[in-house]
Design a protein around this ligand. Structure first.
Ligand SMILES: [Fe+2]
Length: 168
């Protein structure tokens, strides 16, 4: 069975990312509570950052533009993009820090809180409105899935058709 078939629609796929992020943040908290070595905490923090970077990118490239057109609520979509921008700034801060640095765990927890707040808003507003709209959420699954796998594999995005490589 194709992996994409296990998702009911785009919301289901994106919310699976949210659930995984929530679990990983709890795992991070457990590492802190256990006094785990900083390299272990950093390994998990960087995985969380990488996962969320891919998640926000597929939302911004594929899901948000179509939902924006379908639900006609620009302020809501702008707010979501602003929240993504804030999360990305925190992700960049974490990626640039040494795990032994003061404030490292706090930065991860700040990201956790920001993501949880954003997830609640997506679930209660954007996802709800998207499912009540005519946006083809089922049809979006293979595209979201393929782009997610591509970003996770670190493969370069295909060059837009017709764009010539400049050699001189
Ligand atoms: Fe999301």
């Amino acid at each position: 069975m194709s992996a994409t078939l296990s998702y009911e629609d785009a919301v289901d796929l994106l919310d699976a990312d949210h659930k995984l992020a929530q679990k990983l943040f709890l795992d991070y908290q457990a590492l802190c509570d256990d006094g785990a070595p900083s390299k272990d905490r950093q390994k998990l923090a960087l995985k969380i950052c990488q996962d969320l970077t891919v998640h926000t990118q597929i939302e911004e490239e594929i899901f948000y533009p179509r939902v924006r057109a379908g639900i006609q609520d620009d302020p809501l979509m702008e707010e979501a993009l602003q929240e993504h921008a804030e999360a990305k700034a925190t992700i960049a801060r974490i990626q640039g820090m040494a795990p032994s640095e003061a404030g490292y765990d706090e930065a991860v927890m700040q990201l956790s809180q920001a993501i949880m707040d954003h997830v609640m808003e997506e679930r209660e507003q954007i996802f709800l409105k998207a499912r009540y709209s005519t946006v083809d959420l089922r049809g979006m699954v293979p595209e979201l899935y393929a782009r997610k796998k591509e970003l996770q594999g670190g493969k370069p995005a295909p060059t837009p058709a017709g764009k010539k490589k400049v050699t001189s």
